[in-house]
Write a protein of this length. Sequence first.
Length: 205
Amino acid sequence: MSMMKRRFRGFYPVIVDVETGGFNPQTDALLEVAAVTVKFDNQGNLHPDEEYHFNLNPFDGANVESAALEFTGIDLGNPLRYPVSESVALKEIFSSIRTAQKEQDCQRSVLVGHNAAFDLNFIQAAAGRIDAKRNPFHPFTNFDTATLSGLALGQTVLAKACELAKIKFNTKEAHSALYDAKKTAELFCFIVNRWKKLGGWPLGD
């Protein structure tokens, strides 16, 4: 049995961050999506592994709030954005995740995110729009690093939690899906490894 399967009850954790055109996953555009997988080393410590990132075209009829663009700094007209459709982005990410999940002998992937319900709701809404047949993510279970950080570090804001965990965080790069996903992955690994170091895993040690 793989360590990943043992450690997370058959779940394969995948860190995800999205940038959007608003707060409603049914009506507002998914504009960026990033995913980071994790792996254990020979000492049983968890580390970030593969990274995936896409800029997306808003789906037909999608709402994009100007306030959301101001907050994220996304310029939909930037010629260097090279956006793709939700279908292209999610199918590639889902396929890669399923391959990694199978290699770790896990039954299902679980979305890890900072305030994870937000990211999961947008991923599931987009998966429904493209009629994804093999969505690897559990439909409602998630691992929320805001909650985990509140327990482990006494902070729920990503930048502040990273600061306490001595993870470098550049606020000028924040609100980019890939940057936030990478930092969330580092934070998740820190918490899992810290719990192990304190004797919380394996149980009974």
